[in-house]
Design a protein. Structure first.
Ligand SMILES: [Zn+2]
Length: 370
């Protein structure tokens, strides 16, 4: 027993010395430890806030309050002399900023901004004037307003130095003046077939490009998982959105989209598609992240036919959509509808959506662009 007691006393002394050593080290690095502790907690709270949106996010902010309060008490107990007040101020500031950061990140509707970029030529000036006169960006802004976004998204037109393009990048959708000009010229072309009007050739293509790029933006903003190629998913999103608007001229707008893809493929009309051999396209087109223009046309048309076979039966009758493909289009549409319902719909503010649908946002009038 004695030897045990001696051993116990000496081990307690060693333990006390070790504690004193740790306390001395801790005191020497006290500020750093406290900062790391706060940084660690705040970092995780911020990560959690980003993962959970809406009410859950606010709940996390509320949950952070007792943690901050606990930290404050802990610091009061362990504070050393002059450091106490300075540390308290820093800690409370971090807690305050953390809470405000989380609230600022709460996803909300009406988060789309617009920006008409400066035109670089008289032709683009006329284009810009008409877009503004018709409130084109304002209408797209309103159409996208029901989506609850974690940060603002800008929709803009821009001069792209001759590049006929459109893209989503760094929280902004950009549609080049050159792309709009290309759509207008295609619509005005004598090559345009009789089954699509100039008005719908412009409207269909414009709605499609804005919604396609908005699709990319929402995939990014809402962290939506994608099986398959993102470009195809963005096409599906655009087609689904257009079909969901329930506009009376949906078939005519769809004809406008079909025309722009046919035009891009260098094909004048569906009759050409019945030929046994089409020209071989550049291998780079096969390697592109986008599907080929004709594939994009068939995919979009298939969703339209799948959504409403009676309304789009002409697509099969005219030979625009092969009957073999048409057979499975209802299933293809249901697949997209299911993905939208599960992945996108929870991010829609239904009250704002009701207002948008009631105001017929995309009705731009008969003559849209010069
Ligand atoms: Zn794209």
């Amino acid at each position: 027993m004695k030897s045990v007691s001696t051993h116990s006393r000496s081990s307690r002394l060693a333990s006390d010395a070790r504690i004193a050593e740790v306390e001395a080290t801790f005191a020497g690095h006290y500020i750093g430890y406290q900062y790391h502790a706060v940084e660690f907690l705040v970092g995780h709270l911020a990560d959690l806030s980003r993962q959970f949106r809406g009410d859950l996010q606010e709940m996390l902010v509320l949950a952070s309050e007792p943690i901050c309060s606990m930290l404050k008490k802990q610091m009061e107990r362990t504070m050393i002399g002059k450091c106490r007040l300075a540390h308290l101020i820093v800690l409370l500031a971090v807690c305050f900023l953390s809470a405000n950061f989380s609230l600022a990140q709460a996803p909300k509707a009406n988060s789309v901004l617009i920006d008409y970029g400066a035109p670089s030529s008289p032709a683009h000036q006329a284009l810009d004037d008409t877009l503004k006169q018709k409130g084109a960006l304002e209408r797209i802004q309103k159409l996208l307003s029901p989506f609850r976004l974690p940060r603002p998204l800008t929709i803009r037109t821009a001069n792209c130095n001759g590049d006929i393009n459109a893209w989503f990048e760094v929280d902004a959708v950009t549609i080049c003046h050159e792309y709009i000009e290309y759509v207008v010229e295609s619509a005005k072309s004598w090559k345009r077939p009789g089954w699509v009007s100039e008005h719908h050739a412009i409207m269909g293509a414009m709605i499609d490009v804005f919604l396609h790029e908005a699709g990319h933006a929402l995939f990014d903003y809402l962290d939506i998982p994608i099986f398959g190629r993102e470009e195809d998913a963005a096409d599906q999103f655009a087609a689904y959105m257009l079909l969901s608007l329930g506009r009376q001229d949906t078939p005519q707008l769809m004809a406008g989209i079909v025309y722009i893809y046919l035009n891009e493929a260098g094909i004048r009309d569906f009759s050409v598609l019945k030929r046994k051999r089409l020209r071989i396209v550049d291998h780079k087109q096969h390697a592109d992240v986008h599907s080929l223009p004709l594939q994009r046309m068939y995919n979009t048309l298939c969703l339209a036919y799948g959504a409403n076979p009676a309304l789009f039966k002409e697509a099969v009758e005219r030979g625009a959509l092969p009957s073999d493909r048409a057979e499975g289009c209802a299933e293809e549409f249901q697949q997209v509808e299911k993905a939208f319902r599960i992945l996108v719909q929870p991010h829609i503010d239904l009250e704002v959506l009701q207002g948008v649908l009631a105001s017929d946002t995309l009705s731009l009038g008969r003559k849209v662009l010069p």
